[in-house]
Design a protein. Structure first.
Length: 324
């Protein structure tokens, strides 16, 4: 029984990976359209000190945005911000702010400090994440994948929602981008065991966290639409990208991955392109509640459209992070 609970999620996740590689073998990364200037606008990008997050911040910065790089490595974050500012030719500004997404207290402190600055917020990119780590918990006792990849962004987004609503205007909505993954197709949500206490599988935990982000995306967009808010939220799938996220693969998988990655994986800049497209493109103005892959609207897993499950997860998430 235990073997099946570990083996099945592993096989489901690697099958998703094979399908993505097959697609990427025959399809190039989509070509980014011309993007409008973002001068005077503000973005927060989580997990932006390296990899896709840094490339997302770089592309937004080049469009003239004030980009707030969020991460838990101070030296790396300050270096990333300095590097972007040194590259700047368009009036953009980059700064680093420390945030530990494994701590609810840190998220609350971050949002409180941000609001005290009275800055607008036009784009929030929930990019930070971890993948296939051994069983660990956040500072608040949540399973690490679920806590870091999903719950932290659920809380961060909700605490910043009033600023996003105030910043969005008719014809120029504020935008939220949630970084999901094709692995969400393999995800299963067990409302009675979100922390995966019964039997731990890093593959199952990762897939669950990415499915949770898609469910959250659709549920939040429904609420925003009902309230008439000028804010959109979309889920993005970057494909398989050659970043440090794969460092926790098994040794054999690591060996197999290296030569394949050079040929078939997207670069971090290519992986970031769909998130940037969702965040600022004219084509996505006023468009919310969609799943984007390689720059195109794509149907997500059937379970992600289950409105009852969306609401159940929303309510449970509010309970565990202490939101009304």
């Amino acid at each position: 029984m235990w073997l099946m609970e570990v083996l099945v999620p592993l096989l489901r996740l690697y099958l998703c990976g094979m399908k993505v590689l097959w697609y990427q073998m025959f399809h190039k990364s989509f070509t980014m359209p011309a993007l409008p200037s973002q001068s005077g606008r503000v973005a927060i990008v989580t997990g932006a000190t390296r990899g896709m997050g840094l490339e997302t911040a770089r592309q937004l910065h080049r469009l003239g945005m004030h980009v707030i790089i969020v991460g838990n490595e101070r030296e790396e974050g300050q270096e990333a911000a300095s590097k972007l500012n040194a590259e700047n030719h368009s009036g953009g500004k980059a700064e680093f702010i420390f945030l530990d997404l494994t701590s609810l207290k840190s998220i609350q402190q971050f949002t409180q400090n941000f609001k005290q600055r009275r800055l607008p917020l036009h784009v929030l990119v929930n990019n930070a994440g971890t993948m296939l780590v051994p069983e660990r918990q956040t500072q608040d006792g949540f399973e690490l994948h679920f806590g870091l990849n999903y719950l932290s962004h659920f809380l961060l987004t909700n605490l910043l929602l009033d600023v996003l609503k105030d910043s969005g205007k008719a014809g120029r909505c504020a935008r939220i981008v949630n970084m999901s993954s094709a692995t969400h197709y393999a995800g299963v949500i067990d409302m009675n065991d979100l922390n995966r206490r019964s039997s731990y599988s890093s593959h199952g935990a990762y897939s669950q966290s990415k499915l949770a982000l898609v469910l959250f995306t659709y549920c939040l967009q429904e609420q925003l639409t009902s309230a008439g808010a000028q804010v959109t939220v979309n889920a993005v799938d970057p494909g398989m990208v050659d970043t440090a996220l794969y460092d926790n693969l098994w040794t054999l998988a690591q060996m197999l991955k290296k030569p394949v990655a050079k040929i078939l994986f997207r670069t971090p800049a290519e992986g970031a392109s769909t998130a940037v497209f969702a965040a600022v493109s004219s084509q996505m103005e006023g468009v919310g509640g969609v799943y984007l892959y390689n720059g195109e609207k794509t149907r997500s897993a059937e379970i992600s459209y289950d409105s009852d499950l969306q609401i159940q997860l929303w309510k449970r998430s509010c309970q565990v992070v202490g939101l009304q």
